[in-house]
Design a protein around this ligand. Structure first.
Ligand SMILES: [Cu+2]
Length: 99
């Protein structure tokens, strides 16, 4: 499998810097290149740039809110995107577009 399954935060210090809200989710924005899709387009794999306070550059999956959110995207597309990282390890796309 080409894609890395584990995405660890850059450093414990970054975790400590997160606001300690009840939900403890955080929103990030980044840029990258589309590398693939999971069946039925529930996931998109993106080779993303370094995301400050979250992780180094790598290829990983992001979860679409619906398949329509990924409509019109193809492997190789450069994209900008934002997402919510949840406590239980999900990365939910808020927005994704070709700039
Ligand atoms: Cu990653």
């Amino acid at each position: 499998m080409l894609f890395t399954l584990a995405c660890l935060p850059v450093a414990a210090a970054a975790l400590g810097a997160r606001p300690t809200t009840a939900s403890a989710t955080a929103t990030y924005s980044s840029r990258g290149v589309v590398r693939g899709f999971a069946p039925e387009r529930r996931l998109v794999f993106i080779a993303h740039e370094t995301i400050p306070g979250y992780m180094d550059a790598m290829t990983m999956s992001f979860e679409a809110r619906s398949p329509a959110q990924l409509a019109g995207l193809a492997v190789g597309d450069r994209v900008t995107f934002s997402f919510v990282a949840t406590d239980d390890g999900r990365r939910l796309l808020n927005a994704i577009a070709r700039p």
